[in-house]
Design a protein around this ligand. Structure first.
Ligand SMILES: O=C(O)[C@@H](CO)OP(=O)(O)O
Ligand SMILES: [Mn+2]
Ligand SMILES: [Mn+2]
Length: 554
């Protein structure tokens, strides 16, 4: 067993307490102001944690190097956040690993690139992914380097299938990104490479669904990318995006294909081609990876299943080994806290609604799907609404998640009950301030339901978040003042932030004398795992980031 064995007993903390671990998605700490939806919303439960006991509430870092991202300017995100929360250590994450592999040129020497390059002589290289500089799922500069590198390493015909963003970057920025890409492709054409954009669509409507919430999203992408079919046909991708933006925002652009003068799609995927999905982040690429890789597949009618050589930028699922070929090796997130706790007989219940379900299971467990021990674990997914924008139903499934967690706690069948409450994040991404306020209130109410249950069973709670989002909804200048566009309209911030997040501990089961230490001022999400292990009565493995708590004798 990969070094995951018995944990040492904590010298002072008892075993046998039910511990609720609550992650509020997209819930950062920020000054009170009108664009801080968490501040504006009624959040009595979270407020009481903050105002209650100063030694049991603090802030922790959730962005940049603290979660394995390249720079302090990199906002946090769910993948790196939940990885750090679950693994208790900081791993260089996909964004950084791809940067390094591109800079050193190792990417082109790896098995994955060699595999796809066998198709370069006769076939087309297709690159599918998110076109922005958001840095959460992909980055434009990495795509640019890959285009250059692939052409220098033999790709003669390249087709790019773009997904527009407006979720990790401003709505409307897609036009500029497509113009930049068109310019790069024109430069490649001057060098004799036949390089074009072949299809596109908005990330939330085309391709980038996650956790099998809605396969239609992937199908719309498949039809455009593979079959070369979409309701919208344009001869130019910049025009396509400009035109389609008249009725949809970047995130939800309908699918389009680029056609030639004969109205033929310029880049369907056919036998003998190579395909790379260039997102480094896993959750929103797994479904497409399955459609591209699996011979047997029944999630939608693929119509045509071309014989291609497919590689992911990374391997997206370490358990499924999906995809089997990849350009850069993913972080090896091993010996996660979930695995340790299960091996030490801690019974775990994890729950969220579909759009965040994998966050408290797959990401938490180091990008690994499945149970460590099905006898001791139960993961419950509450189906998310399908086809309804999050600002239309901003309460999402928060109360259902709270109730499921409550029932799991009261059943006394579990030692740890872990949930993700999505509202601050998913509604925050829509940029709809009023709806986000409603969502934050609903999230707070769900926390209350869980804390009340913990009260009843004499348990312990840990309430934290994975990164910021809802606590700031506007873009700002360097002085921190809101920015307005040329029409005097407020510039809405749909993305995550670089703010720290709160963490609170408490509950009747918390041993007297437990408090946050003050000698880990830079503590971040990765320090939470050791903290939770302590609350289960164990000492964390030595190489884990230090615990946030200490026990003082009263
Ligand atoms: O929706 C997503 O994919 C990301 C933002 O791109 O959000 P989160 O990291 O919170 O899942
Ligand atoms: Mn998140
Ligand atoms: Mn998010």
């Amino acid at each position: 067993m990969n070094g995951v064995g018995k944990l040492e007993d904590h010298p002072k903390l008892p075993k046998g307490k039910t511990v609720a671990v609550v992650v509020l998605d997209g819930w950062g700490e920020n000054k009170p102001h009108q664009y801080n939806c968490i501040h504006v919303a009624q959040t009595p439960t979270m407020d009481s944690l903050k105002q209650g006991a100063p030694e049991k509430w603090r802030l922790i870092r959730a962005h940049g190097p603290a979660v394995g991202l390249p720079t302090e300017d990199d906002m946090g995100n769910s993948e790196v956040g939940h990885n750090a929360l679950g693994a208790g250590r900081i791993f260089a994450q996909g964004a950084k690993l791809v940067d390094l592999a591109l800079a050193s040129g190792k990417l082109y020497e790896g098995e994955g690139f060699k595999y796809i390059s066998e198709s370069f002589e006769k076939g087309t290289l297709h690159l599918i992914g998110l076109l922005s500089d958001g840095g959460v799922h992909s980055r434009l500069d990495q795509l640019q380097l890959l285009l250059k590198g692939a052409s220098e390493h033999g790709a003669k015909r390249i087709r790019v299938h773009i997904l527009t963003d407006g979720h990790d970057v401003s709505d409307g920025s897609s036009v500029g990104f497509v113009e930049t890409l068109e310019n790069d492709l024109a430069n490649l054409r001057e060098k004799g490479i036949d390089a074009k954009i072949a299809s596109g669509g908005g990330r939330m409507y085309v391709t980038m669904d996650r956790y099998e919430n809605d396969w239609d999203v992937v199908k719309r992408g498949w039809d455009a990318q593979v079959l070369g079919e979409a309701p919208n046909k344009f001869t130019n991708a910049v025009e396509a995006v400009k035109k389609l933006r008249e009725t949809a925002n970047d995130q939800y652009l309908p699918p389009f294909v680029v056609v030639d003068e004969n109205n033929e799609a310029v880049g369907p995927i056919v036998d003998g081609d190579a395909v790379v999905t260039f997102n480094f982040r896993a959750d929103r690429m797994v479904m497409l990876a399955k459609a591209l890789e699996y011979q047997d597949f029944d999630k939608f009618d693929r119509v045509r299943y071309p014989k291609i050589r497919y590689a992911g930028m990374l391997q997206y699922d370490g358990e499924l080994k999906l995809p089997s070929h990849y350009l850069v090796s993913p972080p090896e997130i091993d010996r996660t806290s979930g695995e340790y706790l299960v091996r030490n007989n801690i019974r775990i219940f994890a729950c969220s609604e579909t759009v965040k379900f994998g966050h408290v299971t797959f990401f938490w467990n180091g990008n690994r799907s499945g149970y460590f021990n099905p006898q001791l674990e139960e993961y419950v997914e509450i189906p998310s609404d399908i086809g309804i924008a999050f600002n239309v139903q901003p309460k999402m499934k928060a109360s259902e998640i709270g109730e499921k967690a409550r029932d799991a706690i009261l059943s006394r069948k579990f030692d740890q009950v872990r949930v993700n409450i999505p509202n601050g994040d998913m509604v925050g991404h829509t940029g709809d301030i009023q709806a986000t306020i409603v969502g934050c209130k609903a999230a707070d109410e769900a926390v209350k339901v869980i804390l009340d249950a913990i009260e009843q069973v004499g348990g312990i709670y840990v309430v934290t978040a994975d990164h910021g989002n809802a606590e700031d909804m506007v873009k700002r200048n360097k002085a921190g003042e809101p920015l307005y566009d040329e029409n005097g309209e407020l510039q809405i911030l749909t993305s995550h932030t670089c703010h720290p997040v709160p963490i609170a501990i408490g509950g009747p089961g918390l041993a007297p004398g437990v408090r946050f230490r003050n000698d880990v001022p830079d503590g971040g999400l990765a320090n939470v795992a050791a903290t939770v292990m302590n609350l289960h009565g164990f000492v964390a493995p030595e190489d884990y980031e230090p615990t946030l708590i200490e026990v003082v004798d009263n």
